[in-house]
Design a protein around this ligand. Structure first.
Ligand SMILES: [Zn+2]
Length: 148
């Protein structure tokens, strides 16, 4: 029974760019969500294809942005500090929508203890900005152009 499910997982993954994404820094968790298989299946699939699996700490760096993973206590404290000092607006400071929940986001990427380095933006803007930031960090780290 187990091998039956395993083979389904493998068959799904065979038609994805799972390995490529993993090598580009996507976590196993992200891939398992994206492709609807278990993390175990991803892991086994990578093993089977002789892809070396990253350790947890490498994984966090591999994601491009170590701050968002909740791994960094300093970041959490800083976030709380800014949140307590900076009033939350009604509109997204970027696109002025009220449609999405607002997130506190860092502007410079340097996470300064400076309220002007932070803004409240909506989920959509936040995701756009994070995407750009992640690529920037990856590029700096690898010295290569990130794809897309
Ligand atoms: Zn917005």
């Amino acid at each position: 029974m187990k091998s039956f499910y395993n083979s389904i997982g493998d068959r799904i993954l065979k038609h994805t760019n799972c390995i490529e994404q993993y090598l580009n820094g996507a976590s196993m968790l992200k891939l398992s969500k994206e492709f609807g298989v278990s993390g175990h299946t991803i892991r086994r699939y990578l093993d089977k294809n002789n892809i070396s699996v990253r350790t947890q700490s490498e994984q966090v760096i591999g994601e491009g942005n170590p701050f968002w993973k909740g791994d960094n206590v300093g970041y959490g404290a800083l976030h709380d500090y800014v949140r307590s000092k900076k009033a939350k607006p009604i509109l997204c400071e970027d696109c002025k929508t009220t449609k999405y929940q607002l997130d506190l986001a860092n502007i410079s990427g340097e996470y300064k203890r400076d309220l002007s380095d932070w803004e409240y933006i909506c989920r959509k803007c936040h995701m756009n900005k994070d995407g750009r930031m992640t690529k920037l960090i990856e590029r700096n780290r690898n010295g290569i152009q990130a794809t897309k």
